[in-house]
Design a protein around this ligand. Structure first.
Ligand SMILES: [Zn+2]
Length: 366
């Protein structure tokens, strides 16, 4: 767990200052990324799925996660750069070998547009209806990319997307305060599109453990904390058993939201993070809907928009329940029909009848 942001809606329209104590894309060290890992390998030791999801091995859980509208509040847009787009941009911008490594491939307005458009398309498909995209201008201006190109590309993708998205300007923690001040003044012409300012980057020398008092104060004030479980798991930022810690945090009443951080690096977008948490904590449908609702409550959206999104979460939960009930009833009807059919055929003829119906794909094959 890590305290990543301190939203303060009452401070609007002043920019809320976020404390991003998280590792950003840039700080995902090569060593951490080489650790052989897959979240599924850790599920084996986890508690059983909640009974509401137990019938079909997790398919109903994934259907619910897909159908719940969700807000993504902790995502670095540079950390959504998938390998195929990296290839494409490296080829387009020339000097393939020099560029094909990281965000260096992002050079023009069009590149930033494609980066954000690809993410937002994926987000929309996963029913992310609101997203607050962190971007780190210092990592681009230092390479000679004009801030205007970054801003115009990201803004155009946001304007065209059905996802209700905004930008969070992140300063790099490994750079100085005065450099952040320079970046902030350079960003002034573009602040209309920015909903918050934050800090991101390496926490070397400043581990989250140093902020225990801050976390306690946030919990007491019910300030939301963004949780990026698969990022934490992959980067091994928590020394103990993360699963146990996540269960503890959820049970403590701290307002948490589930997010994906740098999904292209950690192999999982928001749906994978919800699924992991649901599995390790044995969450049921109602609790998952509460997490989705909390993601809107914790966002920088205005109050009325939050209420609309939260209402859509509960409507989606009801829709999912109806569909699951209908599917269960249908399974019951089919099972009854199968049973009647088996009894209608003489015992000695059943193997032949089963063989025949299997061959012909008859719907009631036993
Ligand atoms: Zn982060």
């Amino acid at each position: 767990m890590r305290p990543c942001r301190v939203p303060n809606p009452s401070a609007r329209p002043l920019l809320p200052i976020l404390l991003l104590l998280a590792a950003s894309a840039g700080s995902a060290t090569a060593a951490a990324l080489r650790v052989p890992w897959h979240p599924a390998s850790r599920w084996a030791t986890q508690p059983p799925l909640h009974p509401a999801f137990a019938a079909d091995g997790g398919a109903a859980l994934r259907r619910l996660i897909q159908q719940l509208p969700k807000a993504e509040l902790h995502l670095h847009i540079e950390g959504t750069l998938e390998v195929d787009l990296m290839f494409k941009l490296a080829a387009r911008n020339g000097d393939f070998l020099k560029l094909f490594s990281d965000v260096a491939v992002l050079q023009t307005e069009e590149d930033f547009y494609e980066l954000a458009a690809a993410y937002l398309e994926r987000a929309a498909a996963g029913n992310v209806t609101h997203a607050e995209l962190h971007f780190a201008p210092q990592g681009h201006t230092v390479r000679g990319v004009p801030l205007e190109a970054v801003h115009r590309g990201l803004s155009r993708a946001i304007a065209e997307s059905p996802v209700d998205a905004s930008l969070i300007l992140s300063f790099e923690r490994h750079l100085s305060e005065s450099e952040a001040a320079v970046a902030f003044s350079e960003a002034q012409p573009y602040m209309a599109a920015v909903s918050a300012v934050g800090l991101a980057g390496s926490e070397v020398g400043n581990p989250p453990g140093n902020f225990a008092d801050l976390v306690a104060a946030m919990a007491a004030a019910r300030l939301p904390i963004t949780l990026c479980p698969l990022s934490n798991l992959r980067l091994q930022v928590y020394a103990g058993e993360l699963e146990a810690r996540v269960r503890e945090v959820l049970a403590s009443g701290i307002a948490v939201t589930i997010n994906s951080d740098d999904p292209a690096y950690f192999g999982s977008y928001i749906d994978g993070n919800y699924e992991w948490v649901a599995r390790v904590a044995g969450l049921g449908p109602e609790q998952l809907a509460q997490l989705a609702a909390a993601s809107f409550e914790a966002s920088f959206l205005p109050k009325e928009r939050k209420a609309e999104h939260v209402a859509s979460v509960w409507a989606a939960l009801n829709g999912w329940r109806l569909e699951e009930r209908e599917a269960a009833e249908l399974r019951g009807v089919e099972e009854g029909a199968r049973r009647r059919w088996r009894h209608a055929v003489p015992r000695w003829l059943r193997p032949a009848a089963v063989w025949l119906t299997q061959r012909t794909d008859a719907p009631l094959a036993a």
